[in-house]
Write a protein that binds this ligand. Structure first.
Ligand code: UD1
Ligand code: CA
Length: 460
């Protein structure tokens, strides 16, 4: 297909982030800034994507490995220089979209609109612009009296008159490839910053007889560039709002969208209610008619229909339908909890299977266990799964009843329909239908308290 090749400029240092992480790898809703752009380009059906890397290139390349091609700009001598360095690696499409790696709000719909506009106008270059109340710092769009684009001037090179212009350069451009390559040949760095400015290609293309125009973004927020962590938070707020609105329009109730963080890629069923202060992370699949939260984190986990997860943390696990979890429960990786299960307060489950209709109501730790159906755990049950060196399995079969404050010293098996007396420490198999009791027999010393008191008060 011949649509457009994309070039993402991401070689700059991002000094203002004050970070050891490259700017474009800072995350919004769990996803690095540059990945928002790569995903938008992919959705907009870019023919191929070339990313220009420089500062922190190893990290950026590792993150995007397999998703884009890379070109390297060793020294950062300007945006024009960046494109010059990779000119031979730009894809073969006749149209080229150049954009920056730090503008994650540009969505695929806007990219499609820019492309359509560029084609319909028959431009050699279309500069994506926006009108800002405060244009300070941006390159300004200079037009003649009839609104024809003449050139772009950088803040540092602008005359006082030009500084008053409120239409700014977003740093995003659609080029006809031949016009771009021709202009790159003539770029010079005789400006205030001694850099090769990509923006100068506009004047060069016009001089060569090409047609240049602008595409003014309807929503100027879409071109918001991230230079510091204040702007990172600003962009995150906008993206969060967009993501949440999509879920709401799809039938999910979000009680407090301002304080709900749903990462891209999560799936949430209809009529599910997300209470305030929840984070639903990538890879999560939540069913219909669930109640999630308040104060819940669900990470890369599946939750069945009509399940409630209240004030809990769930990581890399599966929870069935019609189950309740929490408040104050911690479900750790590789747990598989069935349907109609109750996981109550202060319960931690790790790498365990819990069968349908089982109840773990309070203050219990279950780790490395395989638990059957209809098992009842008394308060304070502990699987003793670790001897300081190795982890061991506990197996509990269907219909077993585990009395309160039981220690199950693994490896150990509790057979079907057995009963463990409260306070027992179980270290060998409990047979089917048996009662296991393992605690010191109670001894009552009659009148002991009275005798003690007599001794204490003796002589008086
Ligand atoms: C640039 C534009 C300016 C525009 C603004 C929009 C130029 C000369 N100016 O200015 O008109 O209003 O973006 O945000 O293009 N980069 C490289 N190699 C370099 C220099 C930059 O890869 O040698 C990358 C950066 O990583 C960044 C992007 O290019 O992603 C923009 O660079 P930046 O220095 O932020 O440009 P601005 O001065 O903001
Ligand atoms: Ca910038």
């Amino acid at each position: 297909m011949d649509r457009f090749s994309a070039v993402i400029l991401a070689a700059g240092e991002g000094t203002r982030m004050k970070s050891s992480t490259p700017k474009v790898l800072h995350k919004i809703l769990g996803k690095p800034i540059i990945s928002w752009i790569v995903d938008a380009l992919t959705t907009a059906q870019a023919d191929d994507i070339l990313t220009v890397v420089g500062h922190g290139k190893e990290q950026v390349m590792e993150h995007l490995d397999g998703k884009v091609k890379f070109g390297v700009q060793k020294q950062q001598l300007g945006t024009g220089h960046a494109v010059m360095q990779v000119r031979d690696q730009i894809g073969s499409s006749s149209t080229v979209l150049v954009l920056c790696g730090d503008t994650p709000l540009i969505g695929s719909e806007s990219i499609n609109e820019i492309y359509e506009h560029h084609k319909n106008a028959g431009n050699s270059v279309t500069v994506v612009s926006a009108e800002l109340d405060n244009p300070f710092g941006y390159g300004r769009i200079v037009k003649d009296g009839s609104g024809n684009l003449l050139k772009i001037v950088e803040q540092k090179d602008a005359t006082p008159q030009e500084s008053l212009i409120c239409e700014i350069n977003s740093g995003m451009y659609m080029f006809e490839k031949s016009a771009l390559l021709g202009a790159l040949d003539s770029l010079r760095n005789d400006n205030a910053q001694g850099e090769y400015y990509l923006t100068d290609t506009v004047e060069l293309i016009l001089k060569g007889g090409g047609k240049a125009g602008t595409y003014i973004m309807k929503d100027s927020r879409d071109i918001l560039g991230i230079n510091n962590r204040v702007q990172l938070a600003e962009a995150a707020k906008i993206l969060k709002q967009r993501v949440n609105e999509n879920y709401m329009l799809d039938g999910v109730t979000i009680v407090d969208p301002e304080n709900t963080y749903i990462e891209p890629g999560a799936v949430i069923g209809k009529d599910t209610v997300i209470e305030p202060n929840c984070q639903i992370k990538a890879g999560s699949h939540i069913g219909s008619e669930c109640v999630i939260g308040p104060d819940t984190i669900i990470n890369n986990s599946t939750v069945g229909d009509r399940t409630t997860v209240l004030k809990a943390v769930v990581n890399d696990s599966k929870i069935g339908a019609d189950t309740t979890v929490g408040p104050f429960a911690y479900i750790r990786p590789n747990s598989d909890i069935g349907s109609h299960v109750k996981i109550g307060d202060f319960v931690e489950i790790k790498k365990s299977i819990i069968g349908d209709n089982t109840k773990v109501s309070h203050l219990t730790y279950i780790g490395d266990a395989q638990v059957g159906e209809r098992v009842n755990f008394g308060c304070g049950t502990i699987t003793v799964n670790y001897d300081g060196k190795n982890k061991f399995q506990t197996v509990i079969e269907d219909d077993a009843f585990i009395g309160c404050n039981t220690n199950l010293v693994a490896p150990v098996t509790v057979r079907e329909h057995s009963f463990i007396a409260a306070g027992s420490t179980i270290h060998k198999e409990v047979p089917k239908n048996a009662l296991a009791i393992s605690r010191v027999r109670q001894e009552n010393k009659e009148e002991w308290v009275l005798k003690r008191d007599e001794k204490r008060n003796g002589g008086k």
